[in-house]
Write a protein that binds this ligand. Structure first.
Ligand SMILES: [Zn+2]
Ligand SMILES: [Zn+2]
Length: 218
C-alpha cells in the first residue's frame, strides 16, 4: 500500500473509466491533497500565464523580455505555500515527487533541453539540495545543468521593485557548450518573472534562439 506523501493517508486505488490509471501506477499524493492544488485555468496571459483579462497581460505588454513565454501549472495558493515551505525550507525532499505525472504530461513530446534554475552553492549547502533539480530528478525528467548562480540575498527578502531591477546572478557553468536552439527553463515558482528573465538573458546571449519556462506555481 502507498501512503500520500503530504497527508500520510493511504492512497486508494480508484480503478474506473480512466484508463490512464494503468499508465500512472506511481502515485505519491492522494486525490484529496492533489485537489488542493488549483490548476490555472480560464483566460491566461499567453506570455506569462498570469490570470488576465486579455491575451497579453499589462505586465507583459509593457516590457521587453528575454524569456519568450512561461507556462505555470498551479495557482500559488495557501496550500501551495505550505507545500513549498515543507519541501524547500524544511527540506522534505521526497515530496518533490508529487508533480511527476503532471510534469511528464507537460513535457510530453518536448524536444527542447530542460534546464533547471540553479541555486547558489551556499544555498545548496544550507538546504541540502536544489529544489528545482530535486523535482526533475524525482520525476525522471532529463535535464542539463548548464546554468550556475552567484550567491545573493534571498528573493523573498526583496521588495517587488528590487526584484524587478535585479542584477544578473546567473552565468554559464564550467565549460558549458551551448549548442541548443531551444531551451525550457524549469523553476518552482513564477513571481515577477525577473529570475527567469535573467537566466533567459544569459542563454540568449550565448546563442539560444528560444527560451521558454515551465513553472509549477504562479
Ligand atoms: Zn493526501
Ligand atoms: Zn503576462
Amino acid at each position: 500500500m502507498i501512503n500520500c506523501l503530504l497527508c500520510s493517508k493511504q492512497i486508494k486505488l480508484e480503478v474506473g473509466w480512466n484508463l490512464d490509471w494503468l499508465f500512472e501506477q506511481e502515485q505519491y499524493c492522494c486525490h484529496k491533497c492533489l485537489a488542493n492544488f488549483e490548476k490555472l485555468s480560464g483566460l491566461l496571459c499567453k506570455v506569462c500565464s498570469k490570470e488576465s483579462v486579455s491575451d497579453i497581460c499589462e505586465d507583459c505588454a509593457s516590457r521587453d523580455h528575454f524569456l519568450d513565454s512561461n507556462k505555470s501549472i498551479y495557482r500559488y495558493n495557501d496550500f501551495a505555500k505550505e507545500y513549498m515551505k515543507k519541501y524547500k525550507f524544511q527540506g522534505d525532499y521526497v515530496i518533490g515527487a508529487i508533480f511527476k505525472n503532471e510534469l511528464k504530461k507537460q513535457l510530453a513530446g518536448n524536444k527542447a533541453t530542460v534546464i533547471p534554475i540553479p541555486v547558489s552553492d551556499t544555498r545548496k549547502i544550507e538546504r541540502g539540495f536544489n529544489q528545482t533539480t530535486g523535482m526533475l530528478k524525482q520525476s525522471n525528467i532529463k535535464y542539463e545543468e548548464i546554468l550556475a548562480r552567484a550567491h545573493s540575498e534571498k528573493q523573498s527578502k526583496k521588495t517587488k521593485k528590487e526584484r524587478l531591477e535585479a542584477k544578473q546572478v546567473f552565468y554559464l557553468s564550467n565549460n558549458s557548450v551551448i549548442n541548443h536552439l531551444e531551451v525550457i527553463l524549469f523553476d518552482d515558482i513564477y513571481t515577477t518573472g525577473s529570475t527567469l528573465n535573467l537566466a533567459a538573458q544569459i542563454l540568449k546571449e550565448a546563442g539560444v534562439k528560444k527560451v521558454t519556462a515551465l513553472t509549477i506555481f504562479r
